[in-house]
Design a protein around this ligand. Structure first.
Ligand code: 6R9
Length: 636
């Protein structure tokens, strides 16, 4: 946010939805418990988080819940020993969870694999043994360049089990992005696949790996999972097939005893701005943060089939596809392919087929599916669903209501969860027993102290937007930025004593938070400071519009003017009349400050590979400037 002063609020969304009584009665955390949790957390947050930690098993208890003597390098659960895999797998084998399904995997062509906790445990142990045999030791970084396969999860857990640090690189990234991350992580071992299925095609992976491995000599082990069955070259001194290395391994392996703050993984941020940073998360604090939030926010039960549609290569995948559902002893679902393959009902087909009870996805996906209308969802039995979730971007109220009504039958609450790679865990979100306002992320969870302030750190008035900050440490928080402690420190230096998230938000009269977009994308029209989210929400509320991105363009008189890029719903034709109508619609909805200088129709909007709109790229295109790092751009 480069200008002082608060953002203006244009959008008034007054719809409110209440949870159904049945859901409230059965909720893990009922309204009374929630009220006392808020009280305890406000008064003694460390006691609150300590309670959350006590729900998991530790090899040694902590001396202190939080050591803040070297702030902002906070250490959670000091001197405690644990391993996230002990809690995610080992302990379940001794309980009734042993033969429960841990993972349902569906490949894009329709092939399915199901693994019980016992089967997953054995597969992870074999891979852990195999990695050790290859010389991987505690503290080594292992880069995973993997599509969404069962072996991806197996490899992540196997690394964690032996104390190695996994570093996932999304399989849709180019070889160049992989190369930069391999170098930054200082990895010796790479795990990849021959290829995978996406949008009806086989996407080869191994050839890209070969190319970059030739140019370096740090990586001397490359494990290849056979998925696509395509012919690949195997470098005899370096490459091994996954199936060959695990075949003769024992299905039992030692779980390494880790310090609470030992690194579990590095993950390079999806960041829509700047260059990627390796965010470091630890075993102890991270495990507590994600276990607690899955339980509270998604009301998770062992009988749930939990489908978070994120790729395991993103933080959402790490936290809520892989680790948290397994910590909870529930069933997680992983789908390999494209949501529109072979047609726009794939997600509804999977939901009905496997009886998905909780569906957690992104606004981009919801808007994309909405574009195809209600016919597809109506062709499937979606009654197994009991909760819905959204993450990754502000969800506009229209998409929220469609998701709630058409997919959730008006019965499944939508948890719009705000969090980041850096936060590790959900931070601001509704709870199943609370009131829902479409488009609002509701309130900070108990134990999370969030505020909205101006650039000096002073609180902004209600209903004005400002910078979102977190005022107290939380257990799932990143521990560092790999090789770059200054970059870590920078998050805490903009406003003394606060973690600055880089987003702008406002709070309404009821204390509900409304995310307004990234701080560096705020538009300033004649002194009116506007977040991108409200302008885009208003556009998407028009029946012709599927998606919208708004950017600010320099203007001699007004400082900046707003320009909109719009994709249309199926069957709608672009025309000058429609562009005019959209401009009128904006003025009607939001008032004269929301005047659009121009509207440009596009077939697609540029997005990151995790589905976030890349406004920076639109702006660069418009102004003819350099777009900066575009390795995260989705090309489909
Ligand atoms: C989990 C994840 C983080 C950024 C974040 C914000 C945006 C995420 C949101 C949301 C509005 C939500 N974001 N959830 N904006 N409402 N519910 O997405 O992590 O990839 O690191 O992105 O995503 O801008 O700062 P990450």
């Amino acid at each position: 946010m480069d200008q002082l002063g608060a953002l203006e609020t244009l959008l008034q969304e007054d719809r409110v939805f209440r949870p159904l009584p049945g859901l409230v009665m059965e909720a893990n955390i009922n309204p009374q418990e929630l009220a006392s949790a808020y009280q305890l957390a406000a008064h003694d947050p460390l006691a609150f988080w300590e309670n959350a930690a006590l729900e998991l098993q530790w090899f040694r208890r902590w001396d202190k819940v939080l050591d803040d003597s070297k702030a902002p390098f906070y250490k959670w659960f000091t001197n405690a020993r644990c391993n996230i895999v002990h809690n995610a797998l080992d302990r379940h084998i001794k309980t009734a969870n042993k033969h429960r399904l841990a993972l349902i995997w569906e490949g894009e062509p329709g092939d399915t694999r199901k693994l019980t906790y016992f089967e997953l445990y054995r597969a992870v142990n074999k891979m852990a043994g195999a990695l050790k045999n290859l010389g991987v030791v505690k503290g080594d970084r292992v880069v995973l360049y993997m599509p969404p396969l069962p072996e991806t999860i197996i490899a992540m857990l196997a690394c964690a089990k032996i104390g190695a640090v996994h570093c996932m690189v999304f399989a849709g990234f180019s070889g160049k992005a992989l190369k930069d991350r391999l170098r930054d992580a200082g990895a010796r071992c790479l795990i990849t696949a021959d290829g995978f299925y996406r949008n009806g095609r086989v996407v080869p992976l191994k050839p890209a790996v070969d190319e970059i491995l030739e140019e370096q000599d740090a990586v001397d082990i490359c494990v290849v999972v056979r998925r696509a069955g395509i012919e690949v070259e195997m470098h005899p001194a370096r490459d091994v097939w996954y199936e060959d290395i695990v075949r003769h391994e024992k299905p039992e392996a030692m779980t390494e005893v880790m310090e609470s703050d030992d690194p579990l993984f590095l993950l390079y941020t999806s960041g829509t701005t700047g260059s990627p940073r390796g965010i470091v998360h630890s075993h102890g604090g991270y495990m507590v943060g994600i276990h607690h939030t899955l339980n509270w926010v998604f009301d998770i039960k062992p009988t749930d089939i939990f489908w978070c549609t994120a790729d395991p290569g993103w933080i959402t995948g790490h936290s809520y596809v892989v680790y948290a559902p397994l910590l909870a002893g529930t069933t997680t679902l992983l789908y390999e392919g494209h949501p529109l393959y072979p047609q726009a009902d794939r997600m509804w087909h999977i939901t009905a087929k496997h009886g998905v009870s909780i569906l957690y996805t992104t606004p981009t996906t919801i808007r994309m599916l909405m574009r195809y209308g209600n016919l597809f969802p109506r062709q499937h039995d979606l009654t197994s669903l009991r909760m819905l979730g959204s993450v990754g971007e502000p969800i506009n109220p229209e998409a929220w209501v469609w998701f709630y009504q058409t997919i959730g039958r008006g019965e499944c609450p939508v948890m719009d969860t705000w969090w980041q790679t850096e936060s590790g865990q959900i931070m601001i979100s509704p709870m199943p027993v609370g009131l829902l306002k479409p488009g609002s992320v509701s309130k900070p969870l108990p134990g999370v102290e969030a505020d909205i302030v101006d650039r000096t750190g002073a609180p902004v008035p209600r209903d004005k937007g400002g910078l979102l900050v977190i005022k107290k440490p939380w257990p799932g928080m990143m521990q560092n930025v790999w090789n770059d402690p200054d970059a870590y420190r920078a998050y805490f230096e903009k406003i003394p004593g606060c973690y600055v998230a880089g987003d702008v938000a406002r709070r309404d009269e009821d204390g509900y938070f409304w995310m307004q977009g990234r701080a560096d994308e705020v538009i300033n029209v004649a002194g009116h400071r506007l977040g991108t989210a409200e302008l885009e929400s208003a556009l998407v509320a028009h029946r012709a519009v599927a998606e919208a991105a708004v950017i600010g363009i320099p203007d001699k008189i007004k400082g900046e003017v707003a320009k909109a890029f719009v994709t249309l719903r199926e069957g709608v034709e672009e025309s000058d009349e429609l562009a005019k109508e959209l401009k009128e619609h904006m003025k009607r909805e939001l008032g004269p400050v929301a005047e659009l200088k121009s509207v440009k129709f596009r077939k697609d909007l540029p997005k990151t590979k995790s589905g976030k709109i890349l406004r920076r790229l639109l702006k660069a295109e418009e102004l003819g400037t350099e777009p900066g790092d575009i390795s995260m751009l989705e090309e489909e």
